[in-house]
Ligand binder design. Structure first.
Ligand code: HAM
Length: 420
């Protein structure tokens, strides 16, 4: 039997792993700079955590979760997103006790059983960012500005911020009635899922991917026309603060997002070049979620960036991945010296490779070339006699002599000076 990774699950191989590291590293730098701290939450949680927060009638919960009974008979789910787990952790560890405000981020894999296509995977990765304890619209703008700053820093191309407000449970009550009335007028054109969702959760009809339903929903009354005065005021303030930070955005009144926990501000960053799956990042406010999961009445807002999609729209710049130094040694005694020296150099973070097979000098030089070594250190009998090893710069095609007695110090000094 031939084993292959499952459909929608990918191996991330070198040198691509370096791009992943770079994007993650930049995210950490930016987020730590804005006062965020990392949190790591489990990949497996009780299924109920997600159905209660994301919502029973959503596509994610109804169709996409990897849910199963574990050996103790508990119904568990591979996390389809991180917000629910972060809220659970915030409540469980009373992270609000000293100060309700917490700025947290987490990076890792998520799982959704969707039909795989470009930019859509069953295991995918998110950089997930959450701010707890601030209801002021200033933070909404700041969170979006952080996202746009990061995207521009990693040179993501053609990114556009779209924003909307979904109102609060108060204004949504009225809007749901209006939407239901609209849906009833178009009942014959709706798919079975939409008809079913219409009664309990009519907003979800906006998520439907059936072309006929999408056509109908493009004419549905937008929620932003039915905001209560405090929600309308909040949305106006968010826009004002975005302008202060000079963040370019567009209001998309029909964006409802696919998760039930949102209230007020929601946003997505869509990128040209991504095809049908064009959202590279998305998020919003979830002011009732902490309380709904059993915590105090504390608001929250955040977003998640889809790493696979980010990789599709950022330049394919990878640092050289071959070893920086290859030690070509000839003769048993010198091979032993090379073995010890390479271990010492690797420990000093100078990437070093040796030949393990006792090949000829010519073969070792060929190998150095093949692995992309920038430098080759040659130690043969001649070098031992003169006490000088040869360090050859393979790129510049230059070489110099280095005293064997202080070889380790000399190499560390030289190679660390140069950004390899
Ligand atoms: P989401 O819109 O479900 O939101 O996902 C956020 C991002 O994850 C998407 O914009 C996309 O880039 C990426 N993504 C989602 N599904 C897939 C997939 N199957 N394959 C590849 N990439 C995917 C959330 O997950 C919310 N928890 C975001 C949030 C954080 N809201 C508040 N805080």
């Amino acid at each position: 039997m031939e084993f292959k990774a499952m459909r929608g699950f990918s191996d991330i191989l070198p040198p691509a792993t370096r791009r992943w590291e770079m994007l993650e590293e930049r995210a950490r730098e930016v987020l730590e700079g804005f006062g965020f701290s990392e949190i790591r939450v489990p990949i497996l949680e009780r299924a109920e955590l997600f159905s209660r927060s994301i919502g029973e009638e959503t596509d994610i919960v109804e169709k996409e979760m990897y849910t199963f009974e574990d050996r103790s008979g508990d119904c568990v789910t591979l996390r389809p997103e991180a917000t629910a787990s972060m809220v659970r952790a915030y409540i469980e560890h009373k992270l609000y006790a000293a100060d309700p405000m917490a700025k947290l981020y987490s990076i890792g894999p998520m799982f959704r059983h969707e039909r795989p296509q470009k930019g859509r995977h069953r295991q995918f990765h998110q950089i997930n960012v959450e701010v707890f304890g601030v209801s002021q619209p200033m933070i909404d703008a700041e969170v979006m500005a952080i996202l746009m700053h990061y995207l521009s820093l990693v040179e993501a191309t053609n990114c556009h911020l779209q924003i909307n407000s979904l109102g609060c449970p108060h204004c949504r009550l009225e809007y749901k009635e209006i939407l239901r009335a609209f849906l009833k007028d178009h009942l014959s054109g709706l798919c079975e899922d939409c008809r079913r969702r219409m009664e309990r959760n009519p907003l979800r009809t906006f998520d439907c991917k059936v072309p006929g339903c999408q056509e109908i929903m493009s004419k549905a009354p937008p929620i932003s026309d039915y905001l209560c005065p405090p929600c309308a005021e909040h949305f106006a303030e968010v826009r004002k603060y975005l302008e202060i930070l000079e963040i370019v955005y567009e209001v998309n009144p029909r964006m409802v997002r696919g998760l039930d926990y949102y209230a007020r501000t929601t946003f997505e960053v869509v990128a040209g070049g991504l095809g049908a799956q064009n959202a590279v990042a998305a998020g919003g406010r979830y002011d009732q979620l902490v309380a709904a999961l059993g915590g105090p009445d504390i608001p929250g807002i955040g977003f998640a960036i889809g790493m696979e999609r980010l990789l599709l729209i950022t330049p394919n710049k990878t640092l050289p991945s071959g070893p920086s130094l290859f030690i070509a040694a000839l003769g048993e005694g010198l091979r032993r010296k090379a073995f010890g020296l390479s271990y010492k150099l690797n420990r000093a973070c100078v990437k070093t490779l040796i030949d393990y097979e006792g090949r000829s000098l010519k073969a070792q030089m060929r190998r150095a070339d093949k692995v992309g070594a920038r430098y080759v250190l040659i130690i043969g009998e001649n070098e031992q006699r003169t006490g000088q090893a040869i360090l050859r710069d393979m790129k510049e095609k230059k070489q110099e002599e280095i005293p064997l007695s202080s070889i380790f110090e000399e190499i560390v000094k030289r190679l660390k000076e140069i950004a390899l």
